[in-house]
Design a protein around this ligand. Structure first.
Ligand SMILES: CC(C)(COP(=O)(O)OP(=O)(O)OC[C@H]1O[C@@H](n2cnc3c(N)ncnc32)[C@H](O)[C@@H]1OP(=O)(O)O)[C@@H](O)C(=O)NCCC(=O)NCCS
Length: 145
C-alpha cells in the first residue's frame, strides 16, 4: 500500500467519517485542534482516501500525542507506524521528549509505541471511562539521559 502523509487540512476533516474509525475522536475537536497553533495534525492517505490521522500538542518542551487512529479496515498494514514515525520526527524538531496516555488494555497501541522506543513512565488510575487505567509512555530525545 502506498501511504502518503500530509498536514491535515479543513477539507480533510470534512471528508473524515468517524464511523470508519471506530468513532475514536470527534469532528468538533479536530476542527478546534486545526486552529490551535500549538497542535500539529496529519493525515495518512492512500490514493486520495484518508486512511488514518494523528496529532500532537506541544506544551513547553514536551510533545504530547493527542491521538493516532487508523481506519478499521486498514489496520495492521503499517499505517499506524507511518503516522507515528511522522509525529516522532516533528516532535524531535521541537521538543526534548514525546509522551502519551494509552489504555492499559490497548495491546496493539502499546506494542506500536514500544516498537518506536517508548517506555512506560507512569500510570493514571481509572483514566478511561472511570474504569480502565492508563499507562503514560514516553520517548526521550535527550541523549544525556
Ligand atoms: C493502534 C493503531 C493506531 C495501530 O495502527 P495500525 O495501522 O494497525 O498499526 P501498524 O500496522 O503500523 O502496526 C501494528 C502492530 O501491532 C501488532 N499487533 C497487531 N495485533 C496485535 C495484538 N493483538 N497484540 C499485540 N500486537 C499486535 C502488529 O503485528 C504490528 O506490529 P509489528 O509492526 O511489530 O508487526 C490502530 O490499531 C488503531 O487505530 N486503533 C484504534 C485507535 C487507538 O487505539 N489509538 C491509540 C490511542 S493511544
Amino acid at each position: 500500500m502506498n501511504i502518503t502523509i500530509e498536514k491535515m487540512s479543513a477539507l480533510d476533516i470534512e471528508k473524515i467519517n468517524l464511523n470508519d474509525f471506530d468513532n475514536f475522536w470527534t469532528i468538533g475537536i479536530l476542527r478546534k485542534e486545526l486552529e490551535n497553533p500549538l497542535s500539529f495534525y496529519i493525515v495518512a492517505k492512500c490514493e486520495n482516501e484518508i486512511i488514518g490521522f494523528a496529532g500532537l500538542n506541544f506544551v513547553l518542551d514536551e510533545a504530547h500525542i493527542a491521538n493516532i487512529v487508523v481506519k478499521t479496515d486498514k489496520r495492521n498494514m503499517k499505517v499506524g507506524s507511518t503516522l507515528l514515525e511522522a509525529l516522532i520526527k516533528k516532535a524531535e524538531e521541537n521538543s526534548t521528549l514525546i509522551t502519551l496516555e494509552v489504555n492499559e488494555k490497548n495491546t496493539v497501541a502499546i506494542h506500536l509505541y514500544q516498537k518506536y522506543g517508548f517506555t512506560v513512565t507512569g500510570h493514571r488510575k481509572k483514566y478511561y471511562e472511570n474504569q480502565y487505567d492508563a499507562y503514560i509512555m514516553t520517548k526521550n530525545f535527550n541523549t544525556y539521559d
